[in-house]
Design a protein around this ligand. Structure first.
Ligand SMILES: [Zn+2]
Length: 72
């Protein structure tokens, strides 16, 4: 499933591929490189908040740890 996300910063539409119909997590605009935390429900964008690089790195770290944990 591909969902279109319009960047609130530069108004550029990007596509985001979803595994499930709901998603909450980081999204990066391909054009202006701004980071956001997006919340998708039933393939619709419910919220989009700007995210700092530090917070993004932290979330990536958590995802990496989760992936590691699953493998064990
Ligand atoms: Zn943008």
């Amino acid at each position: 499933m591909i969902v279109k996300i319009r960047c609130p910063e530069c108004d550029t539409e990007g596509s985001f591929s979803l595994v499930e119909s709901s998603y909450q997590g980081p999204y990066r605009c391909w054009k202006c490189r701004r980071l956001f935390t997006i919340n998708l429900e039933n393939n619709e964008l419910k919220s989009c908040e700007s995210l700092s690089q530090e917070e993004f790195d932290r979330q990536q770290e958590i995802e990496t740890l989760k992936a590691k944990f699953k493998r064990q």
